[in-house]
Design a protein around this ligand. Sequence first.
Ligand SMILES: Cc1ncc(COP(=O)(O)O)c(C=O)c1O
Length: 436
Amino acid sequence: MFTYERSKISYERAKQHLAGGVASSLRASMKPFPLYADSAKGARLQDIDNHTYIDYLLAYGPLILGHAHDGLTESILSSMRKGYTYGLQHEGEIELADLLVEVLPCADKVAFSGSGTEAVMLALRLARAHTGKSKIVRFHGHYHGWSDAIFTSFPGAGLGASVGDGEGATVSPGTSGQSANSLDDVILLPWNDPEVLASTLRSRSGEIAAVISEPVMCNSGCLQPKPGYLELIRQLTNELGIVFILDEVITGFRLGLGGAHGRFGIKPDLVTIGKAMGGGIAISAVAGSNALMKLIDTSAVNHLGTLNGNGVATAAALTTIRELAQQNGAAFKRMEELFVTLSAGIRGLLSKHGIPGVVNQCGPVLHMMFIDEPEVADFDTFNKRDAGKYARFAELMLSEGVLLRPNGLWYISTAHSLTDIDETLLAVDRALSQLE
Ligand SMILES: Cc1ncc(COP(=O)(O)O)c(C=O)c1O
């Protein structure tokens, strides 16, 4: 059994002057308590108690090239040597904008920010300015960042939830301190329900500026869109003068070079991209059609941010995307194959141990859950999972040398190998026997 003495001491120390003891509230949910990293390289991370883990947390998604990737580190260092950020323009911004327009099918133009939350804020603003309408349709179980205007209905973090279902569901704030009327413009719908979608959009099209959706419900069970569902959003939003925003903060540069919209052949009006785009350095983007992005050209919409497009972040994104683009995006195929193998292996081990569970995998993302259902294809079923049991499993996996997110979502990087997958499956086998 691992002990985490130094992490424990550090966490107690942190709580004295760092609010919450962690830098992002979600990290406090880790069991037995938040661990402290010392260093990391490739697919492995070492904590300050000298335990080494195969890492599937991957900093909550950004580390698509793994930790401390040589080429990425070099490009960050060489850009830092030339100055971190200028407040002036620099050619890296142009190169990155050109590259994004080349690889993202929906992009005529792009804008840079620092986080997924900010990218979503900009996309919502563009949609409202373009349509002159204010309501935003969003879906149960999706997460679009923590801004007042959209933070609601996210299970698992103990940060509040929405009640009701279908058209007219009550929308509750995601946290105390949110302005009482910040969610007045949000219409919360169940996802993957074509009838509710069509009736809501048709009956309220005069008020609705945008529909925002994750392409795959990565934040709640890695649920796939029903065949035709994203296409239906596209068709209805086109027909009714509503902006379609695809939130690709997770899926962008993870499900493929062209994101989920490239993979599924959907053309949203706007996409938001973050996480994997910078390989671990803070950068995000909104990409979309000229019709919307020109609102920034004409200054109708203000898009601000002191560190937007800084040299370090743009260099990191350029290198990350170019690495991923090599050999026609072969890295995506390889990561996917490894996750197919891992998912099949975990399913086999669950049945070997007689523990009911489901693994939903989509490309280089998977969600493992303990649940007595043959499949998890909708949010209501997902909510029946035994989240406590999974948190215990994640804790056992730490002692087996595997770092997991406590909510069931696993990421993989280009640095992971088949050996890592084999070792992970041995660890899962041992952890499941202890869980029994
Ligand atoms: C789909 C989605 N959108 C937006 C965000 C917010 O991104 P950030 O945490 O970078 O603000 C996240 C974060 O997990 C996300 O998963």
